[in-house]
Design a protein around this ligand. Sequence first.
Ligand SMILES: [Zn+2]
Length: 474
Amino acid sequence: MTEFLVRGRYVLSMAGLPAPAERVRTPGAHLDGVLTDAAVHVRDGAIVAVDGYAALVAAQAHLPVHGDGTGLVIPGLISTHTHLSESLATGMGSELSLFEWADAIVAPLGMVLTREDAAEGTALRAIEMLLSGVTTVNDMFCHTNIGSRASLGVVDGLTRAGMRGVVAYGAEDLPLLERSTLAPGDVIDDVLAEQHDLAAHAATAPLLDFRYGVGTLLGQSDELLAAGVEECRRAGWGVHTHLAEVREEVTTARHRWGHRTVEHSLRAGLFERPLIAGHGVWLTEADIATFARHGAAIAHNPVANMILASGVCPVPRLRAAGVPVGIGTDGAASNDSQDMLQAVKAAALLQKVHHLDALVVDALDVLTMATIDGARALGLDHLVGSLEPGKRADIVLLQDTVDVAVLHDPVAQLVYGASPRSVRDVWVDGVQVVADHRCTTVDEATQIARCRPLADRVGVKAGLVATGHSVVTG
Ligand SMILES: [Zn+2]
């Protein structure tokens, strides 16, 4: 039995918060619910109490205590959208817009990825995620290396790192059929077989769930989309996809089908499944109503939206309509990191400057999105997303650095001032995976050494050196 306390000068439980439409947005109002000189009591992977430190330690004087009472204790952050398939391909293509970037970087990369690349790259990025406070990640591994079963490596990597997550294979058949002589039916059969193999592999990992991945609607034939929806109905799977990311997506969809991608998803049956869609930038009021009516969620990726010049997600309108909106980093190739604290800060800044209104989205809004609303978006809010008795112990302690030294407003300081160097300790399911600012499950130096040659090989084999996007020598 493992039992301990995590102590902070402030505990941000993220429990019992009002709905977005009922929130009062005045300076200081978001400090309601912050516990001062408090602690979280953990036993056997679960939270048993959140209370003042003095009361907890009086009742449990024998327990080990993490934290010296100067730091911030928060629920583990939830990155609701990324692509661990891009783990070894950062720093390229940031001068391109989405469609150009997908053609130049992601498509050739996806053809050469192996299960080893996936497992090692995932473990590498898991270090980056954990050190920025992420304990749960919603991944979509995208590749077209048919027969490789590369996506299964994500399960191996996340399990090694001790992270909670939802895994998906972001399949697309049209780009593959363009580049090969494979028969369309054979490709669909292989895609569905990999989905089943990934679901089965995830089922062996206690901290992992599976969703059916639809890379993009435009990347799938109508036959694969229909077959996938049917498979989801049969197996009871939820869906992870992209929707309304860029204007080109909307116009191309209207040329192909006569309607937008959200409308096409509705007709195809995707909204009948538990659905989370990355981006939701180019949404009409009718699209937002469709999300609200079906309880579907949006994963907002502000850094990727800015780097690819995609646009600004209507976050305030989505939240006012009751749509669960989480925050994601998006893939390591369109960010170009997995630093969740950076994404949380960007989520607030982008809305403020877009609306020219400093209160349109505040620090508590984005922290809510990165915790309990992200959990809701993934259907995991009964387990994680807030520090409450009965939930699993996914906890982050930030302490020791200049970033969190001055805490007049702990919520604002966390959102606007904290960086990964402040993340001192992290627990997932009660197991400590970061201790004293170092990842304990994956050794950082060893993992970097393992991944360098893999990244070089991928750069050469995918032709990214030949096209001038990479200067590695292989
Ligand atoms: Zn994405």
